[in-house]
Design a protein around this ligand. Structure first.
Ligand code: SAH
Ligand code: SF4
Ligand code: F3S
Length: 441
């Protein structure tokens, strides 16, 4: 192609942004753009941004500032801002950063190719609509070549929960589920291209209720239908809300071997008063009972979670309640954050906990999580797991893949390739990965 242009995308934030970046790259492909890993050679730089915490949002502005010399050197360089900061700040981005050519929100990115064309003609555009049309209907089919055996697939977007601290309901809009048959078709297409593991994505993925045969489908029904696709070996989903963990989904974990035994189920706090102030609409005890039921269905379930420390008004005793909950659950993995006041959210009106106090709480909580994570890793030694290999390791003949429990596993396997699934016996642990040997190999 004579007029091939190069697109550099930087992705911040959650997996949904990773998926969106892929879809935007594909859409721009129809306009003659190919992606590049080298920012300096790009004709367009697109930042797919995250608004969840202040640091994430501010990073976008410092990265935009760093583009100034490149733009000075290459006056034809186009700069775009997509994602949740784009949605939240819209026009304001153009005012603060005049080098930006286009701003596109997460629900409008099917319009990106047209906006890129306008940018090439010297016109600046901002699109932060929540359009009536479904963007997925206006995006090209997924391209033929995929290089990885794992893929993300967005099934649900937006959030109606309005946790008091969170911007997602504002940046991503109301909950919308994609029709089941579209998801099935996209999944079949991915599997034909060599994908063996699909992670279904949604801000509230277990609230999925997409139109399907005989009425709306739940996430459990979707999972069971996907499990019938030959060649698809593993199904995961993220992120879930405890209140949407339906009986049929719990049952599916006990009955559907392709559904992996790893569940990210954020709870944020172990204190009932804080949970109420956060508008989470459940108690700590409800969460603990829920996990008991999940583990009754699937005893080897590895739990993962998210925690916020220093929510406005959080006392020492309330923080201790969070530690108690963590001790009761025994997580295999968890993410924890210092509360960040976000503009427009109800919690932002309240007096924050002193930064030093929040810092110490974060360190304390993270130390406990690290201890649990290490215990979970150590408990794997001697066990047999399945590993889906994703890429060669650093040593000759070594391959790296993921266990059923989403742990990275290094194995000497010179005859295996990315996309191979094999039984592995775990022989040792490193801080963030496991080592193993092929069973019978
Ligand atoms: N929809 C998911 C995750 C949303 S964002 C859910 O409901 O769990 C991912 C995580 O970021 C949240 O689980 C929460 O722990 C954290 N987070 C969200 N807003 C935050 C804020 N204002 N300050 C600190 N952490 C926040
Ligand atoms: Fe944010 Fe709560 Fe919705 Fe998760 S459930 S995206 S934390 S508002
Ligand atoms: Fe961030 Fe938006 Fe995801 S705010 S966490 S990129 S939904």
């Amino acid at each position: 192609m004579a007029d091939t242009k190069k697109l550099f995308i930087k992705t911040y934030g959650c997996q949904m942004n990773v998926y969106d970046s892929e879809r935007m790259a594909e859409a721009m492909g129809t306009e003659g753009y190919v992606t590049t890993e080298v920012m300096e050679e790009a004709d367009m730089v697109l930042l797919n941004t995250c608004h969840i915490r202040e640091k994430a949002a501010e990073k976008v502005y410092s990265d935009l500032g760093r583009l100034k010399p490149l733009k000075a050197e290459k006056p034809n360089l186009k700069v775009g801002v997509a994602g949740c900061v784009a949605q939240a700040e819209g026009e304001e981005i153009l005012r603060r950063m005049p080098l930006v050519d286009l701003v596109v929100g997460p629900q409008s990115y099917h319009r990106l190719p047209a906006m890129a064309k306008a940018a090439e003609a010297g016109e600046k555009t901002v699109d932060t609509d929540f359009p009536e049309e479904d963007k997925f209907d206006h995006l090209p089919d997924r391209p033929k070549a995929t290089i990885r055996p794992t893929a993300f697939l967005t099934v649900q977007e937006g959030c109606d929960k309005f946790c008091a601290f969170c911007v997602v309901p504002y940046t991503r809009g109301a909950e919308v589920s994609r029709p089941a048959e579209r998801i099935m078709a996209e999944a079949r297409g991915l599997v034909e291209k060599g994908v063996r593991e699909i992670t279904l994505l949604g801000q509230n993925v277990n609230a999925y209720h997409g139109a399907g045969a005989e009425g709306d489908w739940t996430l459990a029904r979707l999972v069971r239908a996907l499990a019938k696709i030959d060649g698809l070996d593993r199904i995961r989903y993220t992120t879930s809300h405890p209140n949407d963990m339906g009986d049929d989904l719990i049952a599916a974990h006990g009955e559907e071997p392709k559904l992996m035994p790893y569940l990210h189920l954020p709870v944020q706090s172990g204190s009932d008063r804080i949970l109420k102030a956060m508008n989470r609409k459940h108690k700590a005890e409800d969460y603990l009972r829920l996990i008991e039921r999940i583990r009754a269905a699937r005893p080897d379930m590895m739990m993962s979670g998210d925690f916020i420390v220093g929510f406005p008004g959080e006392t020492d005793a309330e923080f201790e309640a969070t530690l108690d909950l963590i001790r009761a659950v025994k997580y295999g993995m968890a993410y924890s954050f210092k509360y960040s006041a976000r503009p427009g959210t109800p919690a932002a009106e309240k007096t924050p906990v002193a930064a030093e106090v929040a810092d110490v709480r974060l360190q304390t909580l993270q130390a406990l999580i690290t201890e649990q994570q290490r215990a979970a890793q150590d408990a794997m030694v001697g066990r047999e797991v399945s590993v889906l290999f994703e890429k060669p390791g650093r040593l000759a003949g070594q391959m790296v893949g993921k266990s059923d429990y989403l742990q990275a596993v290094h194995v000497a396997a010179p005859d295996l390739r990315a996309g191979d699934l094999a039984r592995v016996r775990i022989t040792g642990t490193a801080p963030n990965s496991l080592a193993g040997v092929l069973v019978g190999g």
